[in-house]
Design a protein around this ligand. Structure first.
Ligand SMILES: Cc1cc2nc3c(=O)[nH]c(=O)nc-3n(C[C@H](O)[C@H](O)[C@H](O)COP(=O)(O)OP(=O)(O)OC[C@H]3O[C@@H](n4cnc5c(N)ncnc54)[C@H](O)[C@@H]3O)c2cc1C
Length: 373
């Protein structure tokens, strides 16, 4: 192993910071991972955590997600955390012709990219998932290779692994940087100053504020997200692992069953039941989502809610990841994105190669901060 003496501070212990820290420590770096709270409790805990390449455009971004999706099994195996993964594919359907046409078009595009996604009719859906009561089915699509992740299991496994590599995990808040000659010399925290050779900034929706402390502008916006988690129930799916209710029949819902039997439900395409409203602010909205889900999966009717989690999606202005060292601070590596759960294995491994081997990975070139300049 090389790089034994490289001191790297990773800011943010969500799934992205944890994956990068894990890969860096595995390669021999001396890693310090910082977070204001317990690891994985921010966006990562709220995430629907569907690993997929389904709605990812343009083609190179689809390929990036596909590559990471394929990498997930290896990543989980390395962490001895395979129980975190649930495979089985994603099913969605349209109730009416207009939306059906959209599904058909998308399936044809994805098939031309080699994605194993297929069109189904109502009988096929019934055979695939006998407990589902979909109502009208104009057309359905089913991807075989998608799955989802229990992010808690993965984050905990990364932390355990980091401790075995003598990495340091601190609960503290980053408040600034000391820098000179376009390099960060130390990270300033509420617990003191930490000297470093390089810094990884993976603070999810707070990335822009922290980058600002180093005079770097990271163009992000965020949207509110909320997940509703039920008490554990017996298995609800026969084959599928991720379900999206018809986008043409509001309220839109998404649901998946976690390895412990709990079901995670989301309302709306981006966590919103009502335009401009914020799901989770009151019991009525939670009830609306649960009733909408139970309409399609009667086994979930009236199941007690265990927890409601709320958070923000970290979304770069053009929707694509921001990855790589910055020109302004040449040892500050940015890593912020939506679809961070899908991308965590690839981003962790790729970032560690770029940081420790001082190289540029070609497939990351479209995602540099410099594209906004
Ligand atoms: C409702 C919802 C559904 C989603 N669905 C999917 C999906 O199906 N598939 C998918 O791939 N992605 C999905 N995403 C996106 C995905 O969850 C995120 O891209 C991913 O979790 C981001 O992880 P992260 O590690 O970058 O950020 P975070 O999990 O937010 O971690 C950042 C960490 O930085 C810490 N931090 C912040 N400021 C400081 C500071 N000053 N000092 C120290 N630490 C600090 C925070 O405490 C936090 O723990 C979804 C997101 C939401 C909200």
């Amino acid at each position: 192993m090389t790089n034994q003496t490289t001191n790297i501070v990773v800011i943010g212990a969500g799934i992205i910071g944890c994956s990068i820290a894990y890969h860096l420590a595995k390669q021999g770096a001396n890693v310090t991972l910082l977070d204001t709270q317990e690891p994985g409790q921010s966006t990562t805990a709220v995430s629907f955590a569907w690993i997929n390449g389904r709605d990812k455009n343009p083609r190179n971004y689809h390929d990036l997600n596909r590559q990471s999706l394929e990498q997930w099994s290896r990543f989980a195996r390395q962490l001895d955390a395979e129980s975190a993964l649930t495979w089985g594919g994603e099913l969605r359907w349209a109730a009416y012709e207009d939306a059906a046409e959209e599904i058909v078009q998308r399936v044809r595009t994805l098939q031309s990219w080699g994605y194993p996604i297929y069109l189904l009719n109502a009988d096929d859906v019934n055979q695939l998932e006998p407990r589902l009561t979909p109502g009208e089915v104009a057309v359905a699509s089913y991807t075989e290779i998608d799955g989802h992740v229990d992010t808690n299991i993965i984050v905990n496994a990364c932390i355990q692994n980091l401790e075995q590599h003598n990495a340091t995990v601190y609960k503290t808040q980053v408040t600034g940087f000391a820098h000179a000659n376009h390099k960060i010399q130390s990270v300033i925290t509420t617990a003191g100053e930490i000297a470093c050779d390089a810094v990884v900034l993976a603070a999810g929706p707070d990335t822009a504020d922290i980058a600002h402390m180093a005079n770097i502008h990271v163009p992000l916006y965020d949207t509110f997200g909320c997940s509703i988690i039920t008490e554990p129930v017996p298995p609800i799916f026969q084959h599928v692992s991720v379900m999206h209710s018809p986008r043409d029949t509001p309220p839109q819902t998404n649901f998946r069953q976690l390895p412990n039997g709990s079901v995670m439900m989301h309302g709306g395409a981006h966590g919103r039941v009502f335009d401009g409203g914020s799901l989770g602010q009151n019991d009525k909205e939670i009830q609306t989502v649960q009733e909408a889900v139970a309409q399609y999966m009667p086994a979930l009717e009236g199941v007690p809610i265990q927890e409601v989690r709320k958070g923000r999606r970290p979304i770069p202005k053009d929707g694509l990841p921001i990855l790589g060292f910055t020109k302004q601070m040449t040892n500050l590596y940015l890593s912020v994105m939506h679809s961070g759960v899908t991308l965590a294995p690839l981003v962790g491994e790729s970032a560690s190669i770029e940081i420790l081997e001082q190289t540029h990975i070609d497939y990351l070139e479209p995602y540099r901060l410099s594209r906004f300049e």
